[in-house]
Design a protein around this ligand. Sequence first.
Ligand code: ATP
Ligand code: MG
Length: 279
Amino acid sequence: MSVGFTATQRGRLATLGVDEQAGQAFASEGERNQAFAEIEKKMSRENRSKIEHLLADKHTSDAFDIQCALEKWLTGEMGFTKVSTPSIISGEMLDKMSITEDSRLREQVFWVGRNKCLRPMLAPNLYVVMRELHRITNGPVRIFESGSCFRKETQGAQHLNEFTMLNFVELAACRPGEQAERLEFLSKSAMSALGMEQYELKHEKSTVYGETLDVEASGVELASGSFGPHKLDAAWGVFEPWVGVGFGIERITLVKGNHKTIKRIGKSITFLDGVPLSV
Ligand code: ATP
Ligand code: MG
């Protein structure tokens, strides 16, 4: 008769990042427990040394470095300006995004009091800020925000309830009819700023955004981009051509770092830079 690791041992192996060893079989419980103790000791040592390296030399997480690389590209050669807007928005902002009672995204919203919520996306605030900046300058507007977004997700390997979106938008910066081309150019340039060569661009249809362009790598969606004018614009007082892309910072970190689950990389009190603190 052969025995496998217990559920608790398998959970611990997953936390330590070695769940591929969880399927092993042993001749006895004693042999199994000894194998488990050895793996745990080895992995704890490796994870500890990663934490020591982070504290002594590295100092910033991979997710932070990825966000910085995109921000440096945007504020440098691309001439975008960084804005920072509130995480709590009104329910009317969702209505104006056509995220209405019957939509899937509406069910994912965390409500704060009766008519405020934690933003599920950055787009509503960016619509307002880009419109105001265009009113003031009457010229092209290029802005972006990096910030937390919140969605009730049935927890999976690629979804967090709180994640970091980096959304950049351009208003009145290209000629009518050139938006799709510009969107593709910006998506490709962003990937090159990230040093990522292996990815696919996929054209999709979205109920909120109309025609969208998704960036996918290793089968994971990293970003969704869209452009206007489209049907939502009038409600926001926006009438010029625009292009926007929202990247998920943790999704990029997941794929670049070849991690199995996004939980390790997201905002956490149990993981730091992909490493478990329980070592
Ligand atoms: P998915 O279909 O993968 O759930 P989405 O299309 O609903 O994502 P978007 O609204 O397009 O997501 O958001 C833009 C980007 O934000 C996504 O491409 C992804 O990188 C990231 N993102 C969205 N939801 C989450 C989440 N729950 N956790 C982590 N990242 C997310
Ligand atoms: Mg998407």
